[in-house]
Design a protein around this ligand. Structure first.
Ligand SMILES: Cc1cc2nc3c(=O)[nH]c(=O)nc-3n(C[C@H](O)[C@H](O)[C@H](O)COP(=O)(O)OP(=O)(O)OC[C@H]3O[C@@H](n4cnc5c(N)ncnc54)[C@H](O)[C@@H]3O)c2cc1C
Length: 546
């Protein structure tokens, strides 16, 4: 039976900052364009997890009078602190003079990016965009010449074994003159497009971190709205792992706390989840949370390769935008403003193509327009930050970045490369020390099940597993001895377990219903054996405010 279909001028996959900004800009340019946005979360914002310190540059351009339109962008940054955690109890406050200028946040806001996307989604709808939350784009549609012609949503109501249940609903085709892919970091369809069109030819591999975050409600007397704290050093320095922590005081007595662990880490015993749990016990972090209550938990991978890792963003029939293409500026740990700008520039390029009656072409002009934008220029100036840290380690790398960015304003005439993909950096267990993590105290630190509970994650249990193994035997036959199956630790949601089977042998178990869609497994599995595909639409976390 052929699938039902709908026709649009432009179909956009993903209602994050990139996708929604592209949708708004298209309708601003021509109200007659038919534009739809498809979102796998149950609502716009439900799958969004960010810090977030928000730079309003792109928003000022997209919706100049946002301040009078109840945008949830209200807590201006009042104080910026950078801490170097030198041990589990000591820290040094980095004087402002030595802080990289990319980490200065005067004029920025502390927001919930999920709440912001929900607001931006409402602005897009008011402009006439159709938004379909609860539907995952699971397949790219191509014509006979290999041009992208749209996407198909996944079938709903299939059983674990792929049989149709009573609730079966066939997926639908959304046909478009142009399709914009804005799935965020490690997009499942973006990955296929990069592969099919060799979009990453000649580029460094993309690099990633895993960000684990909690939202707390703290006593009023402890709350300092507008305070931004970034930290480096402990606990990740104990394993020579790069990354850093963040702690932001939002409105309503809320504090966002998180730790980003670079996925270039090498010790298979490392657990980003446990690193984060102990991070909160550092006295300089603990003082903000004490007496408070944990409200929400979540995790999401973050792209950090920068310009050197950015694939070609156009291909026949569409564009990759936002973090699907890696537009994040890791020197600032900010990607919302650059994702928005890439979406806006994409919309302008698509509008020109539509005005010229083109359809499903490769909009090569987009690359020029993007290169002229401030987003590209910003990424170009700060291109050496990430590679310098990988090459020289945190302290020397930061010193290098300070000189490059603060003194030479990113104009040094060379570009550092970072050519080893994150999944290739894992060592075997016999090459590394075991890490003994402290027990959770149930006050500041908590176990995974209670954390996943707070992410409101829910999947229909009887559906095909959305975490596909290329070789189902590899976890036990190889990964268990080589890495003590590191998936058990790099997954922040307890999806992967090695359990004892009825005959006493070891069995690799995938608890797919726990998955918070962070994509870490798809990135870090050393043999690239795990392929993350979209589960039934609306499955996954239901973040209220992340
Ligand atoms: C821990 C952490 C802290 C961060 N801190 C900051 C910060 O302080 N400031 C800042 O500016 N940036 C920060 N960022 C980065 C910022 O969140 C991203 O750069 C930004 O969200 C990228 O926007 P995007 O639209 O490209 O993708 P996303 O925001 O990831 O949005 C993608 C959307 O697409 C949907 N989607 C994906 N695949 C499909 C599919 N196949 N079908 C349908 N829908 C799909 C997703 O559910 C999601 O809603 C942080 C990121 C992390 C992880």
């Amino acid at each position: 039976m052929s699938r039902e279909s709908m026709e649009y001028d432009v179909v956009i996959v993903g209602a994050g900052p990139a996708g929604l900004s592209a949708a708004c800009r298209l309708k601003q340019l021509n109200a007659n364009y038919s534009v739809c946005v498809i979102e796998k979360g149950s609502a716009v914002g439900a799958h969004i997890l960010s810090g977030a310190v928000f730079e309003p540059t792109a928003l000022n351009e997209l919706i100049p009078d946002w301040k009078s339109m109840s945008a949830p962008v209200t807590t201006g940054v009042t104080d910026d602190q950078i801490l170097l955690l030198t041990s589990d109890s000591k820290h040094i406050k980095v004087p402002g003079l030595f802080a990289p200028k990319t980490m200065k946040n005067h004029g920025n806001y502390i927001i919930s990016l999920g709440k912001f996307c929900s607001w931006l989604g409402a602005q897009a709808e008011a402009l006439g965009v159709d938004i379909f939350p609860g539907f995952a784009a699971s397949e790219i549609l191509f014509d006979q010449d290999g041009k992208v012609t749209g996407i198909a949503t996944g079938d709903m109501g299939l059983s674990r074994t792929g049989d149709k249940k009573d609730t079966f609903m066939q997926g639908m085709e959304l046909h478009a003159k142009y399709t914009l892919f804005a799935e965020g970091c490690r997009g499942h369809l973006g990955k296929q497009l990069i592969d099919k069109y060799n979009l990453d030819e000649g580029k460094d591999p993309q690099h990633y971190g895993i960000g684990i975050k909690e939202l707390w409600k703290v006593p009023s007397e402890q709350h300092k709205p507008g305070l931004v704290v970034h930290s480096a050093g402990w606990p990740l320095n104990e394993t020579n792992t790069l990354g850093g922590g963040f702690l932001y005081h939002l409105e309503d007595n809320q504090v966002a706390v998180g730790l980003i662990t670079n996925l270039s880490y090498s010790n298979p015993h490392l657990s980003p989840y446990d690193e984060f749990q102990r991070y909160k016990h550092h006295p300089s972090i603990k003082q903000h949370l004490e007496g408070g209550e944990r409200l929400t938990y979540g995790a999401r991978a973050i792209t950090k390769g920068g310009l050197q890792s950015q694939p070609k963003m156009s291909f026949p029939g569409g564009l990759l935008i936002g973090d699907d293409a890696g537009t994040l500026n890791f020197a600032k740990i900010k990607g919302s403003h650059t994702a928005m700008k890439s979406g806006m520039v994409a919309a302008e390029s698509v509008a020109k193509a539509l005005a010229n009656n083109q359809a499903n072409s490769d909009i090569v002009e987009f690359a020029h327009a993007y290169q002229k934008s401030w987003a590209f220029k910003e990424l170009h100036r700060q291109r050496n930050f990430g590679p310098a840290q990988h090459k020289f380690g945190y302290l020397l790398g930061s010193a290098y970045a300070f000189i490059d960015i603060n003194i030479f304003n990113g104009c040094l005439p060379w570009t550092l490369k970072d050519t080893v993909a994150d999944h290739l950096t894992m060592k075997t267990v016999d090459e590394c020390d075991v890490i003994n993590y402290p027990k959770y105290d149930g006050v500041l630190s908590f176990d995974k099940p209670s954390s996943v509970f707070l992410s409101n994650t829910n999947h229909e249990e009887d559906q095909p597993c959305h975490l596909q193994l290329s070789d189902p035997d590899l976890p036990i036959l190889h990964n268990l001895t080589a890495y003590n199956e590191a998936a058990q630790r790099y997954c922040p949601a307890g999806v992967y377990e090695v359990v004892e089977d009825s005959d006493g042998s070891s069995k690799f178990q995938i608890n797919a219903q726990n998955c918070v869609h962070c994509k870490t497994c798809d990135i870090k599995e050393p043999s690239q054996n795990i392929n993350w595909v979209t589960p039934e639409g609306s499955g996954g976390p239901n973040y209220p405010n992340m």
